[in-house]
Design a protein around this ligand. Structure first.
Ligand code: SF4
Length: 201
């Protein structure tokens, strides 16, 4: 895939951008650049596929509610991630025009990527990219969220069928907060890691 357009548009919007052919090379780059610090990771299949928890734990103190340390509670993992210097997330949709979209049920991932950490990494496989904002939002709502609902196993119509968003009123609805980055927020140092592989949902 040619990343030149999306890379150029993201840079215009204030992001640093790095492009990698493989998940492995992206993970190596991140492990090389993130050392001797604290790291939080949001719920992210992409982070899992890159093996970021294991790789970054070699030289950092990493907090991830999907990978609790011995004796650690889920709440402690969330709090550790919130207070970490570096925060890592994927996205649910990203437009070639540069807008970035995340949808969240708990709110931790959208909160952590806006403000407060020294550095944010958004790790993005090529399957998350759509031509424009409307299509990126459509993707986030109708592809990423139903697949995440199925993964979690919530009782929602999208999880039952896995075909689209029904804008449900289910108690298990996972789409409770929608975050759109039009531009990089002023006080957030954010790098987008684009990877030429299909990763996550
Ligand atoms: S709003 Fe409901 S139906 Fe739509 S993707 Fe989210 S959980 Fe599924």
């Amino acid at each position: 895939m040619d990343f030149s357009v999306i890379k150029s548009n993201l840079i215009k919007k204030g992001y640093a951008v790095s492009v990698f052919e493989t998940a492995e090379s992206a993970a190596e780059y991140m492990a090389e650049n993130i050392k001797n610090t604290t790291v939080g990771i949001g719920g992210s299949m992409t982070a899992r596929q890159l093996g970021l928890y294991e790789k970054l734990s070699e030289n950092n103190d990493v907090y991830w509610h999907w990978q609790l340390k011995e004796g650690q509670t889920s709440r402690q993992a969330y709090d550790g991630a919130r207070n970490a210097a570096v925060y890592i997330s994927s996205v649910n949709g990203i437009a070639e025009t540069g807008e970035i979209i995340n949808i969240d049920g708990s709110g931790n991932r959208v909160a952590e990527t806006i403000y407060g950490h020294e550095k944010i990494y958004l790790v993005v496989g090529k399957n998350k990219i759509a031509p424009d904002f409307e299509k990126a939002m459509w993707r986030a709502r109708n592809i990423a969220s139903p697949k995440n609902a199925q993964r979690i196993g919530v009782a929602t119509p999208c999880a039952a069928k896995g075909d689209k968003c029904y804008d449900c009123n289910s108690p298990g609805r996972i789409c409770k907060a929608f975050l759109v980055f039009s531009y990089k927020p002023n006080m957030t140092n954010c790098e987008v890691i684009l990877i030429n592989e299909e990763l996550g949902y």
